[in-house]
Write a protein that binds this ligand. Structure first.
Ligand SMILES: Cc1cc2nc3c(=O)[nH]c(=O)nc-3n(C[C@H](O)[C@H](O)[C@H](O)COP(=O)(O)O)c2cc1C
Length: 206
């Protein structure tokens, strides 16, 4: 039996910035020993809106083979990392829609005692990275999950400077995640794996 810690990276990305961070999270979680699922949430925007933005349309084609998330991915996971672009200071509606479909799992307590972390991207430096992450974590408190953040546990965190989760300023998708953002994303993923693994082992002997 494979007793590796199971981790899902569940994200939304219109123009690819958050997707690049999701890939970094997957790589770091696998390196930390986890079995990892990368899953995108369902697109809700109308086709004409997507086609009117060349970056959005191109990214949609680029990621057409990434599997869409299902509720089973939440049940399966010991740890979940959510990734989202900021939409007026909060998560994207596409991710919220998926989260809002989790009622049956929440009602059965399936989402309790799992580890949750997050990353996000914004257009501007003060465009809502912290509010996006902290408001997303409100969901986790309702689920009875355990929020794991990168904090300032490594010197690299003083470069990116966001203890709530990894984040990146993209200038509306023009600037891909830089070294500081990718390092923070990897640290976030590694901590999610480490804490989830310790929790899983502890609960197994409790
Ligand atoms: C409807 C909408 C609302 C947005 N709200 C914000 C915002 O409040 N603050 C900000 O800095 N960027 C905002 N943005 C920009 C995106 O969050 C930003 O470009 C992000 O990096 C895109 O990520 P993606 O490439 O993964 O789609 C908004 C974009 C859209 C389309």
């Amino acid at each position: 039996m494979d007793d590796r810690t199971k981790l899902s990276v569940i994200y939304y990305s219109a123009t690819g910035t958050t997707y690049a961070m999701a890939q970094a999270a997957v790589e770091a979680a696998e390196k930390a020993g986890a079995e990892v699922r990368l899953r995108k949430v369902r697109e809700l925007a109308p086709e004409e809106a997507i086609r009117s933005n060349s970056g959005w349309h191109a990214h949609r084609l680029e990621t057409q083979d990434v599997m869409e998330v299902e509720l089973d991915d939440l049940s399966w996971s010991d740890a979940v990392i959510f990734g989202t672009p900021t939409r007026y200071g909060v998560m994207a509606a596409q991710l919220k829609q998926f989260i809002d479909s989790s009622g049956p799992l929440w009602a059965r307590g399936v989402l309790a005692d799992k580890v949750f972390s997050a990353f996000c991207s914004t257009a501007t430096a003060h465009g809502g990275q912290e509010s996006t992450l902290t408001s997303l974590f409100n969901v986790v408190y309702h689920w009875g999950g355990i929020v794991v953040t990168p904090g300032y546990v490594e010197p690299s965190q003083f470069v990116g400077g966001n203890p709530y989760g990894a984040s990146h300023t993209s200038n509306n998708g023009e600037i891909p995640p830089d070294e500081a953002a990718l390092t923070a994303t990897a640290l976030t993923a590694r901590r999610a794996v480490e804490i989830a693994t310790a929790l899983k082992r502890g609960l197994a002997v409790a």
